[in-house]
Design a protein around this ligand. Structure first.
Ligand SMILES: Nc1ncnc2c1ncn2[C@@H]1O[C@H](COP(=O)(O)OP(=O)(O)OP(=O)(O)O)[C@@H](O)[C@H]1O
Ligand SMILES: [Mg+2]
Length: 410
């Protein structure tokens, strides 16, 4: 099988690291042939804080994946997130020669480049340059201008950049684990591939990936991404609150949260008790399940309010027809969807990844939306066996792909 038919996704989270390998056929069917998950290390709030520890954890997950699949993994599509990420909308304008019969792909690339250069800064790396739409001689809403007649072409782009230091450390740490990077992909964009439909992206929808260390947000409308951001409050804060409130170790609080937690305390029987190992007591102590839910609810409420502020900042106050899709491990919390509806006042659903076959048993869950999405992004947006990059999608080519190596590795 040619090398291009096999893709690897590497999701380096604050809580877990997951490597997945898949074979992709001519119809872009993704067949997962190996999965390796390992607890994360050396990561904080979505970024690498200890390269050796993080590289070790990556290796553990890669080795598991290799053992299961029989493949040797050399490179991977890697997700990136953290508060150093920023997204901006820029417009690139170019004049088209009056002698030209129609807009060519080169004209489109010039317009995109004109938008891209506006995002270049010393201490920042460009991660994605995504087309939102084009305006041709004043007529907006054009999705693919190639072949149309016109003199003045404007490209509306969403440009995502990251802090050079954070990106640099991520690249080094993946390299230290023995892998090359096929491409870096913003985590919520990857997640959105796995759980959002094209129709939802058309009418307006937000994705919130509530993980352990970060809550990543992406807002889509008219088929493209219009806003991206990352908050550094997520599931670990919920566990911390429980640990403090119940005077119990983090690990005990984490177990209680996952096994008995809920985002709606009013739905929990006030008389039900749970046993937990606290710092104070040798034996387990009885606590109220309602109290556990109250502690969780107040932090989740805060996270949802922050998501709401981001949606407002994106310019969609109270008007996002398809509402919000929650993914990430924290989206697996009982009743989070109901609290989400209450706080956001929008339709809310929990996103379960679809679109892959094979060894899917353990990973077709909200916590793995990014991992599955990375595979889908790779299968859809790369050259190789797949169809060429669609005009209304991301702009990137082989030269851009190699950029990560040129810059950091030579
Ligand atoms: N059933 C559950 N109920 C509540 N919380 C859960 C559940 N399952 C997992 N979590 C929480 O989800 C979080 C981990 O989510 P996820 O695996 O998406 O994070 P990550 O990708 O490692 O981190 P990040 O994306 O933030 O860097 C942890 O805080 C964990 O406690
Ligand atoms: Mg994650």
């Amino acid at each position: 099988m040619p090398r291009d038919d096999v893709i690897v996704a590497l999701d380096i989270g604050t809580t877990k690291i997951c490597t997945v390998i898949a074979e992709v056929d001519q119809n872009r069917q993704i067949n997962i042939v190996g999965v390796g998950t390992a607890p994360s290390a050396g990561m904080r709030k979505g970024v690498v804080v200890n390269i050796d520890e993080a590289a070790g954890a990556i290796q553990r997950s890669v080795k598991k994946c290799e053992r299961l699949s029989g493949y040797t993994i050399e490179s991977a599509y890697v997700g990136v997130t953290g508060s150093h990420i920023s997204g901006m909308n820029r417009r690139g304008v170019v004049a088209v020669s009056p002698n030209a019969a129609e807009i060519t792909p080169l004209d489109v690339e010039r317009a995109r480049e004109a938008a891209r250069v506006q995002a270049i800064a010393n201490d920042r790396e460009i991660i994605h340059v995504l087309a939102r739409g084009y305006t041709l001689d004043g007529q907006d809403g054009v999705r693919d201008p190639v072949g149309m007649a016109g003199r003045r072409l404007e490209a509306e782009m969403h440009i995502i950049t990251g802090g050079t230091t954070s990106i640099h450390n991520l690249v080094r740490c993946v390299n230290r684990a023995g892998l090359e990077i096929d491409d870096l992909i913003l985590q919520p964009l990857a997640s959105s591939e796995a759980v959002l439909s094209a129709a939802e992206k058309d009418i307006g929808i937000a994705l919130a990936d509530i993980g352990g260390g970060t809550t990543d947000i992406a807002v889509f409308c008219d088929g493209g991404v219009t806003y991206t951001s990352a908050l550094v409050v997520a599931g670990n804060h919920v566990t911390n609150d429980l640990s403090l409130g119940l005077r119990a170790p983090f690990s005990a609080a984490e177990r209680i949260k996952i096994d008995y937690g809920s985002a709606m305390s009013s739905e929990v029987d006030p008389h039900e008790t749970l046993e937990i190992q606290t710092y104070d007591q040798e034996e387990g102590e009885l606590i109220s399940r309602r109290l556990v839910a109250e502690i969780i609810e107040s932090r989740i409420q805060e996270i949802l309010s922050l998501i709401q502020s981001e949606i407002r900042r994106a310019g969609f106050d109270g008007h996002l027809p398809a509402g919000v899709v929650l993914v990430g491990g924290t989206a697996e919390l009982r009743d989070i969807r109901h609290l989400g509806r209450e706080v956001l006042g929008l339709p809310v659903r929990v996103g379960v990844p679809t679109g892959a076959i094979g060894l899917t048993d353990t990973i077709m869950r909200p916590a793995f939306a990014t991992t599955i999405g990375l595979l889908q992004w790779a299968a859809y947006h790369t050259d190789g066996v797949h169809a060429s990059v669609p005009a209304f999608g991301e702009w990137r080519g082989v030269s851009r792909l190699k950029g990560w190596f040129r810059e950091f590795l030579t």
